[in-house]
Design a protein around this ligand. Structure first.
Ligand SMILES: [Zn+2]
Length: 342
């Protein structure tokens, strides 16, 4: 099947009461790892690329690798999503390239660093919604600001200084008609999310539930939601790495989110840790090796393992065959016929 829209995958997830991991990629091995994990667990797939990933893969490599994935796995519904579009223009270029979903992150100005005004966010997001929906493409927006920095994108905040205001979230969804809403509840991008196991003081799940109660029909998105497992940190440090002690978002908190409207869960750091640990291990144990396949294969396998585990924990496993793809043209007709329900 061709690439499908994020909206369809999240609507199905809402019906089934599960969440879908959105895994970041930059190269072929990461795409292969995700598709192999999806086949093994029979899961729908969201693959996402940031601006940094698009630059790294020169867009065209990424596009054709994704086409290869849909050819090789025609039975798996697969979304190609732009992570953290910094301006309407970035979103438009992604839509032109064949992305079936875009994030317009108007919570920050186009520099990707400075927190913006509510008015700016509505204006930029609405502009993208109008253009994207006309083509059947899904739009994710963000209200409140995440902590940390992701591929150069982010204000470098501590995660708690710009939490999502539940009332503003309702206003934002009404004003923009977006499909999915990223919220700030204390999570951060990168490996260093929490300096100890998060508590209700640092990870505001109560705030998430409040937002969901105000917007029961809106698909919520958790960013910065790698769990940063200790075993993956330990492999890196055992073989010469120097990660400082750190904590991510516990899987049980994500599962609580899924019970409360979270349908898309962004995971990047866990894949990075798995890949780097596997490569370090080969370099340490077999310093005589110099065939890149000798370390890229175990790296791909390690990422596949953590992705398959997350797919199972989020509940998307077993759901790849539940539905037939709705074409983007038909999605566009649906948008034209009825505005997005709040
Ligand atoms: Zn993010």
């Amino acid at each position: 099947m061709p690439l499908v829209s994020l909206r369809q995958v999240l609507d199905e997830a809402a019906k089934g009461g599960y969440g879908v991991g959105a895994f970041n990629v930059n190269n072929m091995e990461q795409i292969q790892a995700i598709m192999e994990a999806a086949q093994e667990t029979n899961s729908p797939v969201i693959i996402q690329a940031s601006r940094g990933a698009r630059a790294y893969s020169q867009d065209r490599y990424l596009y054709h690798l994704m086409m290869a994935a849909t050819e090789l796995y025609p039975e798996i519904p697969t979304v190609l999503h732009l992570d953290h579009g910094n301006s309407p223009e970035t979103c438009f270029s992604a839509i032109e390239m064949g992305f079936t979903s875009v994030m317009m992150d108007g919570s920050l100005m186009a520099d990707g660093k400075t927190p913006s005004s509510f008015e700016y966010n509505v204006e930029a997001t609405l502009k993208v919604v109008k253009a994207a929906h006309a083509k059947g493409v899904t739009v994710e927006g963000e209200i409140g600001c995440l902590g940390g920095i992701e591929d150069g994108h982010g204000a470098g905040l501590d995660g708690l200084s710009h939490l999502t205001d539940p009332k503003q979230a309702v206003e934002f969804v009404k004003a923009t008609g977006l499909d999915a809403l990223a919220i700030a509840i204390g999570t951060s991008h990168g490996a260093y999310k929490f300096s100890s196991k998060p508590t209700g003081e640092t990870l505001k799940m109560g705030r998430l539930i409040e937002i969901h109660n105000g917007l029961p029909g809106t698909h919520l998105v958790m960013h910065g939601s790698s769990s940063v497992p200790k075993d993956l940190q330990d492999i890196i440090n055992k073989y010469g790495g120097k990660l400082k002690p750190t904590w991510g978002v516990p899987v049980e908190e994500i599962q609580l989110g899924i019970k409360n409207g979270v349908r898309k869960i962004n995971v990047d750091t866990d894949s990075r840790l798995a890949i780097t640990g596997a490569i370090r291990k080969v370099f340490f144990e077999k310093p005589e090796e110099f065939d890149p396949r000798s370390y890229l294969k175990p790296a791909r396998e390690a990422m596949k393992k953590v992705v398959a585990l997350r797919m199972t924990q989020f509940g998307q496993a077993g759901h790849a065959g539940d539905y037939k793809a709705i074409s983007l043209a038909d999605m566009a007709k649906q948008y034209a016929a009825q505005p997005v329900a709040v």
